[in-house]
Ligand binder design. Sequence first.
Ligand code: NAP
Length: 322
Amino acid sequence: MSKTDVYDLVIVGGGPGGLTAGIYAMRAALKTVLVEKGPAGGQIMLSDEVENWPGTERIGGAELAMNMANHAESYGLETRNQEVTAVEPGLDVHTVRLDSGESIAAYAVILSTGGSPRQLNIPGESEFYGKGVSYCAVCDGFFFRGKTVMVVGGGDSAVEEALYLAKLAKRVYIVHRRDELRASRILQQRAMNDRNIEILWNSVPVEIHAESGAVERVTLKDTQTGETRDMPVDGVFIFIGFQPNNTVVPAGVKLNAQGYAVTDAKCETDIPGIFAVGDLREKYARQIVTAAADGAVAALAAAHFVETKKATEADSCGLPAQ
Ligand code: NAP
């Protein structure tokens, strides 16, 4: 492989972290390609409205994703709509393998693969996915206009999505396993003040039933007494957190007990030139703004890494650095 075939940087994943990395990398004149298997935007595509992106009081998730993708494209960022199957670290260059069978060689790689919804793993959940079980209110809420739905979870996602569903559905039950929500105070207040929302405390679903082929009821267990009862509902929306998409993180990158990639302050992993950003990375707050910040940090650090690498290579060959 000639040196001209080698990219400076491959970004794996096109959520806010990956797209911001793309903007910063292009501005740093790195030869960069971003590989994303789905539409650009990652999880924000699933958000109805985003209210904490600084400078914009309120914006649709899909619109924000599109703005970020257009911004990166305006700098000429190359993107490939493919799935990455493996990232293989090398001494000189790293190799990113694609499902097409092709591979891309690069001095640096930024992993921005985000996370996926966590599942309850109860009977009926996977069987009736798409038949009343959903992990995305914005995608599926429309089908439940005037109906009764259950939202499982007590975090920001559950409450935000319950508020969205409350505008469409006849009744929304939030089922939470404790007697206090985890969500931010402002979201809690909105949910408490919404007449369409009722919170069922100290409860967990244990089975989803759909005798007719579409969800009809859910068996709930009281987490304090152990008693069970059936709630008739037409849909169940599950928002109980997510897990990092770490399947292409190469061996040698340290993961914490929950599977998040451990990095230093530059978002660099244990493997030189391999960075992890956004929801994949171990950190305190998983927000759009922190994913974007990670992307900026990683791209600037990658630019420095690539520059140093090329200068060292040129030195060893007695050539001027490219
Ligand atoms: P999360 O904050 O981890 O909340 C998960 C919720 O699900 C918790 O209430 C948890 O209960 C419950 N839960 C977990 N496992 C469960 C199980 N097996 N059965 C029943 N309930 C279960 O997840 P998230 O709401 O998806 O949020 C993830 C991150 O994104 C957070 O940092 C959040 O702040 C951020 N986020 C921010 C915004 C925003 O700022 N607008 C919007 C969405 C998400 P416990 O409380 O008892 O643990």
